[in-house]
Design a protein around this ligand. Sequence first.
Ligand SMILES: C[S@@+](CC[C@H](N)C(=O)[O-])C[C@H]1O[C@@H](n2cnc3c(N)ncnc32)[C@H](O)[C@@H]1O
Length: 511
Amino acid sequence: MSTKTNIQEAVPLSDSILFDIHKNYFRKNGIDSWKKNVPYYVTSHALFVNQVATLTFTYLIEAFYRGDITHDEPLYCLELGAGAGKFMYMFLNTLLPMLETSPLKDLSFIYIGSDFSENIVSYWDSHHQFQPFIKNGSLDFALYDAEKQQDIRLRKSGTLLKNLKNPLLVIANYVFDSLVHDAFHTNHGQLELSLAATYSKSDDYENNPEDLALSFSKKNIDTHYYKDTGLNRILTDYLTDHDSSTFLLPTGAVSCLNHVHGLSQKGAIVISHDKGHVEMESCIGITTPQFVTHGSISLMVNYDALCRYFGHKEGEGVMGDPVYGLKTCLIATGSTLFNFPLTKQALVQCVNTLPSDQFLGLKNLIDPIVKQLSTKDILAYLQFCMWDPKIVSHCTEPLLELIHTLTPSQILLLKKGLQSSERLIYDFSDDYYYFDLARVWHDLAHYEKSRDLYLHSMQVQEEDEFHWYNLALAYYKLGNHEKTKAALGEAKRVNPGYEAVDVLMKELKLD
Ligand SMILES: C[S@@+](CC[C@H](N)C(=O)[O-])C[C@H]1O[C@@H](n2cnc3c(N)ncnc32)[C@H](O)[C@@H]1O
């Protein structure tokens, strides 16, 4: 259907049906959203996770030495809209070892995965890889709608987050972009509110948000538009400084951060990643707000406004460089960051030197040519990307080709890297990460390790002949001929036409 149907008359953007459609998308699809088309690798690859963990660690250490952290109660880290849970899993596996070997080793650190969808939260709650963290008390969950000023009660411990003595750490990856925003235009001294009318190319826009389109009209307003004087102050700033600009105000994010700020006596420290603007100049020339849909809905986050808002209060925000793409913003809602020079430096060094989406751009250049790389270059690439399981899996074939050329120190490096990689695999998608790790361990002559990984892989993957065949090889190397035969029999059962089994049986003289 190509004709457009008007599904909502012109309203302020924050009242747009668009945001309800977004929420319904996640409510309806729950954890399957990520198995459909919501992207998540950009905020859950090992390099990114390591950058955020290092930034968090630096802040915690600096806050500890300043006396801002008490051991009398836990330090909570709340992840908003944690989605598939992959970042959460990788982050815990990266940050906790850093804390364990630091002066904060005795601190009770509790990560809280939160989302507004019960389906998503209960998925994490029953995920087998989260059970050890739940058991040792380092992980809890909360059903929390970031647009509502509602209580945050932890699902496992029953604790209500309030009046905390430690600062509350908040992580928000790809969340603020889809909370409500308002849109404005400055027209040579006159402030205009953008009103959005919503159209759809199809009746099934709930399932196909990409069919939606907005049409904007404008209405003159003054700078006392909001009850919140902090937001009005930003309207005044922008009207004064910009003759003709369209800009968004992330009012949903502001309300959420005001809420989390109030949960702790020391306010919140927020690490946010989103596509967004870090200075108003990047908005100039844009006449209508831009939005994109990829299953869910995403608008550019105006980080400049968020930082001004908390900067005008008692806090401070620090932003990444004004490059296009994914931005990182660090906001202290209740204190300045003047006394946190190392944390600010960590933001520059760990995150801004290589923003996640730019890293993925480089990865896209390197991935097609890994077969042409030398052993040294492949190892350098894997080290650089912190042994991300997806990239290790991609490099498995060329690594196996070159494994005989490895020097003893390269073998040591590879083994350490394989162990790191395994710690980061989150059982969520259909990838063959354990299988590929097992192949490398096999060729490094660690047959028990490869056997265990094949067996584990078979628990999380659908059964196939390749797992059984490779497992048979591992059993053979371990001298267990009975199990070798049995595994080859299983390979044949799964795929009776799999001739490699007969060839191997002959070769190993097992038939
Ligand atoms: C684009 S996904 C990002 C998921 C994850 N943080 C990542 O980086 O892959 C947005 C997430 O925010 C959640 N979400 C959307 N609106 C929300 C709200 N009002 N409050 C809390 N979570 C929300 C969705 O359920 C989803 O998990």
